[in-house]
Design a protein around this ligand. Structure first.
Ligand code: HEM
Length: 407
């Protein structure tokens, strides 16, 4: 809340403290389509009910993505020009043309290969934690999920995958001193991180250009033709970055908030250990509960009315997955963490044409991890305070110290 008692959804502290659920409950009940006044007078609409969020996700003619999914442009620098070039920041028809080259790099068969690689990495990391009696789950185990996925999708080694994760993590956590020196100019910091990420992909493009016949993402983008034209190097870098940020900062944070939910609801943890057959519904519930990607932004292309609210062409509109996922009208006992919940049509992957293209990979990663904990009967318990990422866009834990309580 601000000093005037209004909710301010740009206030990162609201999310760091975990007070956002109460704020959204208040908004859904009183002002479900809420004008969030910006400090600079800019402002944006916030859609908070399940029905309104789905409505906006589905109306691609009115709600465009070209200004990016993140408020204030992006995590990238202000001069960033990803709009219309990076999958998540394109509208139809270009979105369809681009997606057909990116989606196969995250197909169910890639997801199956990812499962194998992630299983090897997770089994090793968990065995190490068991031998040591505990670990920081956030840094020692959860990051192996995107590492395994990157190894398969990008065809890179384990060390390079972790290097890339470190870079994207600093970009998404650019306000968090766990990752970066926050005393310098944030715009400069973002520009430098983006340059480093592009450099990483430039080397990969150079390597693959000699023989781009593989099924990894870079080779696919090198072979791609959109409207008969090759993608420019920048377009390749932006889309690699889209997949890397989309994949690195989501499944691992969901694993952390998911594990914390199990720890905080011991009866649910016990039920999962007793019946690993519950893994699939448990993961759906962890996705709903965590809402790792808290919101996405759209920009209205024309004026539209919803109830008694008029959203004008050019207005920024935010679709709050984290609020929709706790809407009682859609989820009975929404504030209860229930690993048997069915149906569970959560919006954590979004909806409509931009619905997460990496979801088969994410499901594989999470199933491997929680399936392994179930099969091994490993119960983690807290060994220190978890620490939340300083962000209102990605909700995750940067630290989750645990000890092994039982097997
Ligand atoms: C739990 C894990 C994940 C969550 C919660 C998540 C969430 C999301 C959401 C909400 C969107 C929609 C964005 C929008 O509508 O503007 C999205 C899109 C996307 N995600 Fe994910 N994601 C996850 C995992 C992944 C993984 C593992 C990858 C890649 C390996 C990935 C890559 C992408 C890409 C490339 C898009 C853009 C799709 C498009 O614009 O058509 N995501 N994700």
């Amino acid at each position: 809340m601000t000093t005037t008692g209004r909710v301010d959804l740009t206030d990162v502290e609201l999310f760091v403290r975990g007070d956002h659920h109460a704020a959204f409950e208040h908004l859904r009940a009183t002002e479900p389509i809420y004008w969030n006044e910006g400090a600079d007078g800019a402002g944006f609409w916030a859609l908070t009910t399940y029905a309104d969020v789905v409505w906006a996700y589905r109306d691609h003619a009115v709600f465009g993505s070209e200004r990016g999914a993140i408020l204030g442009g992006s995590y990238r620098s202000e001069s960033d020009t990803a709009g219309g070039r990076m999958l998540v920041a394109t509208d139809l028809p270009r979105h369809r043309l681009l997606k057909q080259h990116i989606q196969p790099a995250m197909s169910p068969s890639v997801a199956a290969r990812t499962a194998e690689v992630v299983h090897g990495l997770v089994a090793k990391a968990v065995a190490r934690a068991v031998a040591d009696g505990g670990c920081d789950f956030a840094t020692d185990i959860a990051t192996e999920l995107p590492a395994g996925a990157l190894m398969v999708i990008m065809g890179i080694g384990h060390q390079d995958a972790h290097r890339l994760i470190e870079l994207t993590r600093s970009m998404v956590g650019f306000r968090d001193d766990v990752f970066v020196d926050t005393t310098d100019d944030p715009q400069l910091r973002l520009a430098m991180l983006q340059a480093e990420i592009f450099e990483f992909f430039a080397e990969l493009v150079d390597e693959r250009a000699a023989d781009p016949s593989g099924d990894d993402l870079v080779s696919r983008l090198l072979r791609a033709r959109v409207n008969g034209r090759r993608l420019s190097e920048d377009e390749i870098y932006y889309n690699c970055m889209n997949v890397a940020v989309g994949g690195n900062e989501t499944s691992s944070y969901t694993a952390c908030t998911g594990l914390l939910a199990l720890i905080e609801h011991p009866d649910q943890y016990t039920a999962l250990l007793a019946d690993p057959g519950l893994t699939a519904t448990a993961i759906d519930e962890m996705l709903r509960w965590s809402s790792t990607n808290a919101y996405v932004q759209r920009v209205a292309k024309s004026t539209v009315r919803r109830g008694d609210v008029e959203i004008r062409g050019g207005d920024s509109v935010t679709l709050w997955n984290v609020s929709a996922n706790r809407d009682e009208a859609q989820f009975p006992a929404a504030d209860r963490f229930d690993i048997t919940r069915t149906p569970n049509r959560h919006l954590s992957y979004g909806s409509g044409i931009h619905r997460c293209v990496g979801s088969p990979v994410a499901e594989s990663e999470l199933s491997v991890l929680f399936g392994h904990l179930g099969a091994e009967g490993i119960r983690f318990e807290p060994a220190g305070e978890p620490r939340r990422l300083r962000s209102n866009f990605i909700l995750g834990l940067t630290r989750l110290p645990v000890r092994v309580a039982g097997r």
